[in-house]
Design a protein around this ligand. Structure first.
Ligand code: ADP
Ligand code: MG
Length: 467
């Protein structure tokens, strides 16, 4: 992105992309802004897949499928995936923006020391609750999705200045592993958190995430790497065979119950491990009292330093710029390229997410897609082979009287139903009418009373005159 693009932002569909927050082998992450209808806007984080991966059909297919799964997870300890946008040859994943730092950076900032035990335990109990929500996530029909993160690591945990720990990078985790399998060496770093059964390519379930979380906690408590070596072979041998010291062997004075909880999470035998992330979280919560959110938030701020402060100022700057946009209209804002970008997931958030021409009554706007059944100048596009409803996000000329609503399932099995859709203008009129209804009744009452008085006066006068 050029410097100029950083200032004004690059427009992708309903989103404006600003400064890069981070860049990795797979994607770059940017600050962004959702520009909704009627002046609605919201700060988001936008993950931009590197173009060569976005062009890889298999990879982008998995990315989209997994992003849909991630969108089913709703929990305060999970970074919400709001949308996926396909713009030409590029793919963007839109998430809730978290003002905070990754656990890996926070841990690095603490070195050579460790994270205070109370904070480490509170952060990881939150992470485990978030993971449990993922493990328990179901389709909208209640069928288990059996989501396993597979890449739980300090890099994929954000701790916010609000004191809340959040897991992220769901969905891409599975896809990235497949992609990395062909790129020698790129798995390094993550392998240190993989459960033995995952390393051995045996079937994995939620207990692989429990194990990875235990490794993260062990490292947070000790300030050391648990499985680290000069090459991957060495790391694998350590994970599979070597004895693991309890955290209190490294940091004297840690409670015995905490040692036991961590070591049970690290058990190589899955049947002896904590059987669920929630079970593990519960054990941790019994070990130590939770650190208040204020304490965790202040800890993040104290370590985040200049970079975190600069990002907070930049967010304020972008938000005030957005307010100017909505106050002065699109003339001063970049014009959205609405016709080219394809929104794959509808946001789970707030007000209007549907094309401006329509409004639909729905209980779960996140799971609805709207395709005008007979747009006057653009044929409705059928779901793609992966089941992505290719809904135009631009406002069609004229509002049709009905629309197809596609209820998405994460497994891309779409059920379609047609419902009546009222043009937004009519609904706005109806809403306005409802709002002013009470006042109208009052005015009508007064008018009738005045008319009544006038009629009586007229009758009396007429009678007197004609006597
Ligand atoms: N939702 C978010 N809010 C704020 N920062 C984020 C968000 N998502 C990612 N980041 C930042 O981007 C970095 C890389 O994100 P990640 O999704 O893990 O990318 P990668 O594909 O390289 O693993 C994170 O360490 C964090 O600093
Ligand atoms: Mg990551």
């Amino acid at each position: 992105m050029t410097a100029a693009a950083d200032e004004t932002g690059q427009v992708i569909g309903r989103y404006v992309i600003y400064d890069e927050i981070a860049a990795g082998g797979m994607a770059s992450v940017h600050l962004g802004r959702l520009k909704g209808a009627v002046g609605f806007s919201r700060t988001v984080a936008i993950k931009r897949l590197h173009p060569h991966l976005a062009r890889d059909e298999e990879f982008s297919g998995m990315f989209l499928d997994e992003a849909r799964l991630a969108a089913r997870i709703r929990h305060p300890n999970v970074v919400a995936v709001l949308d996926v946008v396909h713009d030409g040859s590029e793919l963007f994943l839109v998430m809730d923006y978290v003002q905070g730092e990754s656990l890996s950076r926070l841990a690095r900032a603490m070195r050579p020391g460790a994270i205070p035990p109370r904070i480490a335990v509170t952060v990881m109990a939150g992470v485990l609750h978030g993971l449990h929500a993922a493990h328990e996530a179901t389709t909208e029909h209640g069928e288990p999705l059996n989501i396993v993160h597979r890449d739980v690591s300090p890099q994929n945990v954000m701790v916010g200045t609000d004191g809340v720990a959040r897991v992220f990078d769901f969905g891409v985790a599975k896809a990235s592993h497949r992609s990395q399998a062909t790129q020698d060496g790129s798995v390094k770093g993550k392998i240190s958190y993989m459960a033995p059964e995952q390393l051995l390519s045996e079937p994995v379930d939620r207990r692989a995430d429990v194990y990875a979380a235990a490794v993260v906690l062990w490292e947070a408590l000790t300030g050391e790497r648990l499985f680290d070596g000069e090459n991957q072979g060495r790391i694998v041998r350590m994970i599979l065979d070597e004895p693991v010291p309890p955290p209190s062997k490294i940091v004297v004075g840690l409670p015995k119950a905490l040692d036991e909880a961590v070591m049970r999470g690290l058990d190589r035998d899955v049947s002896r491990r904590w059987q669920s992330a929630r079970e593990f979280a519960g054990a941790l919560e019994r070990c130590l009292p939770a650190a208040p959110a204020t304490e965790v938030g202040e800890w993040v701020e104290s370590l985040g330093g200049v970079a975190l402060g600069a990002r907070a100022r930049r967010v304020k700057d972008i938000e005030s710029r957005s307010d100017i946009f909505s106050a002065t209209g699109p003339a001063s804002a970049p014009e959205p390229k609405e016709a080219t970008a394809e929104t794959v997931l509808e946001p789970k958030i707030g007000p209007p997410t549907v094309p401006q021409a329509f409004a639909v009554m729905a209980t779960e706007p996140a799971d609805l897609r709207i395709v005008p059944s007979k747009p006057p100048d653009e044929p409705s596009r059928a779901p793609s082979s992966r089941g992505i409803a290719a809904a135009p996000i631009s406002k069609p000329e004229g509002a049709p009287s009905s629309a197809k609503i596609m209820i998405k399932t994460p497994l891309a099995a779409l059920s379609v139903q047609t419902v009546a859709v009222t043009p937004l203008a009519s609904l706005q009129e109806a809403a306005a009418a409802r709002r002013s209804g009470g006042r109208k009744v009052l005015v009508l009452g007064i008018a009738l009373a005045v008319l009544g008085v006038l009629a009586v006066a007229f009758a009396v006068t007429w009678t007197l005159l004609h006597r």
